[in-house]
Design a protein around this ligand. Sequence first.
Ligand code: G
Ligand code: G
Ligand code: MN
Ligand code: NA
Length: 254
Amino acid sequence: LDLEGNLRRAIQEGQLFLVYQPQVDTLSGRIVGFEALVRWRHPEEGLIMPGRFLPVAEESGLVLAMGDWVLGEACAQIRRWKSRFSLSVPVAVNVSGAQFRDGQLPLKVAHALDINGLSGPELEIEVTEGTLIGDVEAAAATLTALKRRGVLIALDDFGTGYSSLSYLHRLPIDKLKIDRSFIHDLSTGASDSSVPRAIVGLGRSLGLSVIAEGVETQEQLRLLRDLSCESYQGFLFSRPVPVEEVEQLLGRRE
Ligand code: G
Ligand code: G
Ligand code: MN
Ligand code: NA
C-alpha cells in the first residue's frame, strides 16, 4: 500500500475524520474539555490509525496539509457545537513538530478561529516536550504568538521527553498532561504514584493545570483524586468517540 500517495488523496478527498475524547473533572465527573484525534477511513483498507500514517505524514511533509485540515475541522466543529449545545469547554488539537516549527502556525490558528468566530480559549494546542526543546527561543516566540490570540497550550506526554525543568517556567504553557505510562504504573502492584505526585506538585507551584491521560480503572481515578489531580481522560470515562457520540454526551448535559 502506497501510504504516502494515498494520504495525499485522503486529505483532498475527505477520508480523514476526527474523533473526540472527553476530559473530565476528577471530583465532579463533569466534562471539562475534549481532545480531537485524527482517523483515516481508507476506501479499501478500512480504518487506519495515526500510529500507522503519522510517521508517513511526517517524513513526506504531508503533516502540514493534514494539520491544516485538522485545525480547520476542529474549529468548524467547535462552532457547530457552540450553536447547538452552547459548548463551554475547550477542544484540544495535537500539533506535531514540523507544524509547530513551520512558522505559519500562529497565523493559521488565528485564521481558523477568526473564520469560525471563536475566541482563543475555546481552542487548546497540544505540543510534546520534544517539539519545544532544541530551539527554545524559537519555541517561546511561537508559543507567545499563539498566546497573543488567547489559545490554551498543553504539554502532551509530559514526563517522557527530555524535559529540562529550566524551560518550563519561561514558556507560556497552561497545562501539563501526565503521560499515560505513569498512570498505567499506578495500577500495578507497586502502585508507584511518585511521578504523578511530582507532576501535580510541579503544576501547582508553576500555576499550571494538570490532567492525567490513559485512566482506565476506578483505582487509578481514586489515586488521582487523592493527589488532587484536577482532571483526567481515559477509557474509564470514554474512548475517543465520533461526533454523534459527543453530541449525545453534550445533549445529556443540557
Ligand atoms: O488516537 P491515538 O491514540 O491512536 O493517537 C496516537 C498518536 O497520534 C498520539 O500520539 C496522538 O497525539 C497522535 N495524533 C492523533 N491525532 C493527531 C493529529 O490530529 N495531529 C497530530 N499531529 N498528531 C495526532
Ligand atoms: O499522545 P496523545 O496523548 O495525544 O495520544 C492519545 C492517545 O491515547 C490516543 O491514541 C488515544 O486513543 C489513547 N488513549 C486515550 N485514552 C486511553 C486509555 O485510557 N488507555 C490507553 N491505553 N490509551 C488511551
Ligand atoms: Mn495528545
Ligand atoms: Na499524550
